[in-house]
Design a protein around this ligand. Structure first.
Ligand code: PEP
Length: 253
């Protein structure tokens, strides 16, 4: 029988929703979630929503995360947020290196590595995002790019983390990777994590797929042996779609 890691289903809300909408979403989610969902569920709202959501989601079935953090503990960094501030707001997770941060804020691989280290130092679990652009894939550079992104972050005795493979061409485009293409990359990532970090840890770490995941394509993706869950943008804004994906992922557990 296939060894299964606990599925992880995460929603990245990006710069969407106002406080009232977030409140309504939380009520819907908790009212319709199974008592024991058989999946780890994480929501990444934007910073101003965090404290309200921490109160609304005072429930062990759902965790909260920040969409980014600064590597420093505090200081003169206007517009940034620190690990201790995220913890204080009720977070236990944080996204590091989402492709929109890499593109919009020129985040380098090395900076993503420093952010992941800071997260671990403060007791946040980093969800580290990697992925190639359409141009890089067309140029046959997918594995080279992923290798560069991984080796800037990971080293031996790295703490607890989750990895998300998010091909940039699949994010928000409606063009999800096929299950076979995603599986090929996930197997490569797991193999490289075994070499960079530790074989045992690589065996158990969750590697999520992200890029136009919807209820219609989630079952085929989660059926792949190295796809352990999802990082979801658009579909996570709708509680019905998010719940449907949670159920599909949990059914594969
Ligand atoms: C994302 O932003 O991480 C993402 C995967 O977005 P979408 O699901 O909308 O493609």
């Amino acid at each position: 029988m296939r060894m299964r890691r606990q599925p992880v289903v995460a929603g990245n809300w990006k710069m969407h929703k106002l406080r009232r909408e977030a409140q309504e979403f939380c009520q819907e989610l908790l009212a319709n979630l199974d008592e024991e969902p058989q999946a780890s569920i994480i929501l990444y709202p934007s910073f101003p929503l965090l404290t309200d959501m921490a109160a609304a989601l005072d429930d062990p079935r759902v965790s909260l995360g920040g969409q980014d953090l600064h590597p420093a503990d505090s200081g003169a960094h206007t517009g940034d947020v620190s690990g201790p501030q995220l913890i204080d707001a009720g977070c236990s997770w944080v996204l590091c290196g989402h492709s929109e941060r890499r593109a919009d804020h020129a985040e380098s691989d090395a900076l993503v590595g420093r952010k992941a280290e800071a997260a671990l130092q403060h007791g946040l679990t980093p969800m580290i995002c990697v992925g190639e652009t359409a141009a890089q894939r067309e140029a046959g550079q997918t594995f080279k790019v992923l290798e560069r992104q991984l080796s800037a972050v990971f080293s031996q005795e790295f703490g607890e983390f989750t990895l998300a493979y998010e091909p940039v061409w699949a994010i928000g485009s409606g063009l999800s990777a096929t299950p076979e293409l995603a599986q090929e990359v996930h197997a490569f990532l797991r193999q490289r994590l075994a070499e960079l970090v530790d074989p045992e840890q690589a065996n158990w770490v969750s590697i999520l797929y992200g890029g136009s995941v919807k209820p219609e394509n989630a079952a085929a993706l989660i059926a792949q042996p190295d796809i352990d869950g999802f990082l979801i943008g658009g579909a996570s804004l709708d509680p019905d779609k998010f719940l449907a994906i949670i159920r599909l992922a949990a059914a594969a557990a």
